[in-house]
Design a protein around this ligand. Structure first.
Ligand SMILES: CC(=O)SCCNC(=O)CCNC(=O)[C@H](O)C(C)(C)COP(=O)(O)OP(=O)(O)OC[C@H]1O[C@@H](n2cnc3c(N)ncnc32)[C@H](O)[C@@H]1OP(=O)(O)O
Ligand SMILES: O=C([O-])CC(=O)C(=O)O
Length: 485
């Protein structure tokens, strides 16, 4: 028995090493994929026919290849582990985490152009990579930054639509409203109404997706200034890149904060296709709803506390700990007691000091796919170690990372006790002065457009059909399991 276990461990290791060297090769391959087009649309126009051929060939020659089976657990368990979506931009490995195309976050940090040598990847570079699968040159990134700035004009009625809401409306409600107002300018809707051949659907989808990505920071910053800074609006600065401009319009000009925003947007952009926001955007776009309609729907999913809103919940929870003890400088025992107290409180976990909101989980921990510390957490930790090692809330976050996983593991039901991306972002934003946690999910939403936009373009370019899976009744499910109800 021990012999077989050893053989199987060796074969798993071999296959893992094989996978790693394949992945290293594919990063090397990606690095050789450069092009001379300076504008993204021309680059894409060259790629579309080749990708269309690949998809056609796959369906024709391998349409009946099985990717796995569907179990009762999958139907009742939120479709975990069911491979059912095509997503070009990225893929998540349970242990290793996200790869944007085939690049890990450290690969992106080493390889993609930054605002200065050795700087964090520019969101524009990530956008180019996700859309084309190629590593952009500095010149290409500059041209894309300029293109985005030139698309960033906001119609006045979008601001008025936001103004129609009370200032205390949640920032995500205001954000979705702003996006819906931008929809009035949809190029896809116009083209469809005017008559456009299916083969060209992707072109107005490109226009909409790029306009949406370009306009979101101004809309998002408007909401922040309206909600928290007496409506004193800061205009865009044409000399700044996408991430820096967003930070600037929010009211932050510290170079370190600009750099954090570039990193934040880059790492929150994409997380394969099955997460709630990306999947929603893809689904809503399948009946040919335009990118604005699809993205507004995605934001509504992102606004749930088990998904993007968790970053808000994390800072609230951290603040509730500080409020309980009167200081962030607490012992491991005190922290452990607080976590137990909240988990054992019977039904719900903690009272928020401000709005008395309740949650049932430790926010920022656990994941639907990951089974290890999220590399997006790790790179934010590295950023914090470099720039704010002595910040008391950062130190508390570090302590939480030591104390929470064993406690969650002991519960016996949590599949992943490790921190996810949301466990860290709040303390960094708070350190740089963005202290209003109810706004945090808007930042996430702006970033997510950079992952979702490219896929919506590819969905139309590849002629992806209306999504319509089959459902099953409870009686049928029982009957299929050999039981009658
Ligand atoms: C950007 C992102 O969306 S990253 C995720 C952000 N969300 C959070 O951080 C919220 C906290 N985490 C969670 O709620 C979950 O881990 C999720 C929603 C992310 C993943 O959910 P699942 O895939 O269902 O997780 P899993 O299979 O491990 O859940 C099994 C049980 O463990 C519980 N569990 C999972 N994570 C946690 C947690 N952090 N704290 C307490 N209990 C947890 C689940 O609630 C579930 O309990 P139940 O059987 O009584 O309903
Ligand atoms: O992948 C998921 O399910 C959630 C997540 O981390 C993300 O969307 O960034």
């Amino acid at each position: 028995m021990a012999f077989f276990k050893t053989v199987s461990a060796i074969s798993r290791l071999r296959s893992r090493l094989g996978q790693q060297s394949n992945l290293a090769n594919s990063v090397r391959w990606l690095q050789t994929q450069t092009s001379t087009n300076t504008d993204l649309f021309s680059e894409l126009r060259e790629l579309v026919p080749e990708h269309q051929e690949r998809v056609k060939k796959l369906r024709k020659e391998h349409g009946s290849v099985e990717l796995g089976k569907v179990t009762v657990d999958m139907v009742l368990g939120g479709m975990r582990g069911m491979t059912a979506l095509l997503w070009l931009g990225s893929a998540v490995d349970p242990d290793e985490g996200i790869r944007l195309r085939s690049m890990t976050i450290p690969d992106c940090q080493k390889t993609l152009p930054g605002a200065f040598p050795g700087g964090e990847p520019l969101p524009e570079a990530v956008l180019w990579l996700l859309l084309t699968g190629k590593i952009p040159s500095e010149e290409q990134v500059d041209s894309l930054a300029q293109e985005l700035r030139s698309r960033a004009t906001i119609p006045d009625y979008a601001y008025k639509a936001i103004d129609a809401l009370p200032v205390h409306a949640h920032a995500m409600t205001q954000f979705t409203t702003g996006v819906m107002a931008l929809q009035v300018q949809s190029e896809f809707q116009k083209a469809y109404e005017g008559g456009i051949p299916k083969a060209r659907y992707w072109e107005p989808t490109y226009e909409d997706s790029m306009n949406l990505i370009a306009r979101l920071p101004s809309i998002a910053a408007y909401i922040y200034r309206r909600k928290y800074k007496d409506g004193k609006i800061i205009p865009m600065d044409d000399s700044l890149d996408y991430g820096a401009n967003y930070a600037h319009m929010l009211g932050f000009d510290d170079p370190e904060m600009l750099e954090f925003m570039r990193l934040y947007i880059s790492i929150h952009s994409d997380h394969e296709g099955g997460n709630v926001s990306s999947h929603t955007a893809h689904l809503v776009a399948t009946p040919l709803s335009d990118p604005y309609l699809a993205f507004a729907a995605a934001l509504n999913g992102l606004a749930g506390p088990l998904h993007g809103l968790a970053n808000q919940e994390v800072l609230r929870w951290i603040r509730s700990i500080v409020a309980e003890f009167g200081t962030p400088d607490i012992s491991t025992e005190q922290l452990s007691d607080y976590i137990h107290k909240t988990l054992n409180s019977g039904q719900v976990m903690y009272y928020d000091y401000e709005s008395k909101m309740l949650a049932e989980v430790v926010p920022g921990y656990g994941h639907g796919v990951l089974r290890n510390t999220d590399p997006r957490y790790t790179c934010q930790r590295e950023f914090a170690l470099k720039h704010l090692p002595n910040d008391p809330l950062f130190q508390l976050v570090s302590k939480i990372k030591e104390v929470v996983p064993p406690i969650l593991t002991k519960l016996g039901k949590v599949k992943n006790p490790w921190p996810n991306v949301d466990a860290h972002s709040g303390v960094l934003l708070n350190y740089y002065g963005l202290t209003e946690e109810n706004y945090y999910t808007v930042l996430f939403g702006v970033a997510r457009s950079i992952g979702v936009g490219p896929q919506l373009i590819w969905d139309r370019a590849l002629g992806m059909p209306l999504e319509r899976p089959k459902s099953v009744t409870l009686e049928k499910l029982e009957a299929l399991c050999g039981k009658s109800s």
